[in-house]
Design a protein around this ligand. Structure first.
Ligand SMILES: *Cc1c(COP(=O)(O)O)cnc(C)c1O
Length: 366
């Protein structure tokens, strides 16, 4: 069986990105592999990141962490979106570290029985108003936390991709204060971590004991406008998305294309039908994106459908039915990038790669 579309995942690029980020940070690196490694494939990416020098793995869900353990991965893993009522016993049995952000969860985790104590990282809200302890922080009896082993304290930046933004310094100072609270309660050798990719790329004093890098691991810029392209940051984009031209045909000028006839051909031209659609993660809203084929860019024409979209190849194109086209890639040959698809969709590269659907096989290159 041949694929009609595939996401080629360059695992050597993962390793190169880990090396670059580790050198920047100068501390341990936690590779963020949540959401199926941002759509790249959980287990192969996790293994490549560890091979490349990452010492920790980070995920959102407990299920993701358990999947890593079931794949035989023994490196430390932190899961940070584990709500009350979760199977904390399994987490403890599998030696998965859990982020705790409320008294309710802390008390629940503390009831786990057995020889091993649950390992937790206290998540603190330093100004993002998302995860982490805020008001309840002062209600934790820090001197007498029982039934759990506190191994870390962490927070998350809201605006690390805007270097110089005052909120970053405010968050950093708040973090230091909360760390000091814990230290004065006798917790000294905690792993302190707050930096995501953007902070790692720009803000060395925030590295503490470990950085948690996601997007940059995949070779993508945390923010195109404020931080520049992936390439300018020295990152190697990991995913190349390719698809087959299901059909190529010549149409006359004035032909309406696709649902709603939102576009009409402006001249006699050759159209290509790309065998991917919004069910595969191609944003229906995308404007000014397309594919690379026959040495040039062919823009989307008409609406993206569920399983297919049409590109304008141009009348002189030599492209034929069955040819492969590149939807996005590193950009070295002139193909569109995930950065560009993000901008073209009023979104970000994160969303582009993460939403490539399960119908698209991932092909791993070493
Ligand atoms: C997703 C996530 C990260 C990684 O962020 P990037 O911007 O992709 O580097 C780090 N920490 C937490 C808590 C996250 O949820």
């Amino acid at each position: 069986m041949t694929n009609r579309a595939e996401a080629v995942v360059d695992l050597s690029a993962i390793k190169a990105n880990v090396a670059l980020l580790k050198a920047k940070a100068g501390v341990d690196l936690l590779a963020v592999v949540k959401a199926d490694a941002y759509g790249h494939g959980l287990v192969p990416v996790a293994k490549a990141a560890l091979d490349g020098g990452a010492s920790w793995l980070g995920v959102a869900l407990l299920e993701e962490a358990i999947a890593l353990r079931k794949a035989g991965i023994t490196a430390p893993i932190l899961a940070w979106l584990v709500p009350p009522g979760s199977d904390f016993q399994s987490a403890t049995d599998h030696e998965i570290d859990i982020a705790i952000a409320s008294l309710k969860t802390l008390n629940e985790v503390a009831t786990v029985k057995g020889a091993k104590r649950p390992r937790v990282h206290l998540e603190v809200d330093t100004g993002m108003s998302r995860g982490g302890f805020l008001g309840e922080w002062d209600q934790i009896d820090l001197q007498h936390i029982q039934g759990v082993e506190i191994v870390g304290i962490f927070s998350h930046f809201a605006r690390a991709d805007e270097p110089g933004q005052p909120q970053n310094l405010a968050q950093l100072n708040r973090f230091k204060k909360m760390v000091a609270n814990l230290e004065s309660a006798g917790y000294n050798n905690l792993i302190r971590h707050i930096s995501n990719s953007a902070a790692t790329l720009v803000d060395h004093p925030a590295a503490f004991d470990m950085v948690r890098t996601g997007i940059a691991l995949y070779g993508l810029t945390p923010d195109l406008k404020s931080m520049g392209t992936s390439k300018s940051l020295g990152l190697k984009p990991v995913m190349t998305l390719r698809a087959k031209l299901h059909l190529v045909k010549d149409v006359p000028t004035g032909s309406p294309v696709g649902y709603g006839a939102t576009d009409v051909t402006k001249s006699d031209t050759r159209l290509g039908l790309v065998a991917m659609g919004y069910a595969d993660g191609i944003p229906r809203i995308a404007k000014n994106a397309g594919v690379f084929v026959d040495g040039k860019r062919a823009p989307i024409i008409g609406r993206v459908s569920m399983d297919q979209f049409v590109v304008d190849l141009g009348a002189a194109s030599a492209a034929q039915s069955g040819d492969w086209v590149t939807v996005f890639g590193p950009g070295d040959s002139g193909e569109y990038t995930a950065d560009e698809w993000g901008s073209a969709s009023g979104s970000i590269n994160y969303e582009i790669v993460t939403r490539i659907g399960p119908r698209v096989p991932r092909i791993y290159e070493l």
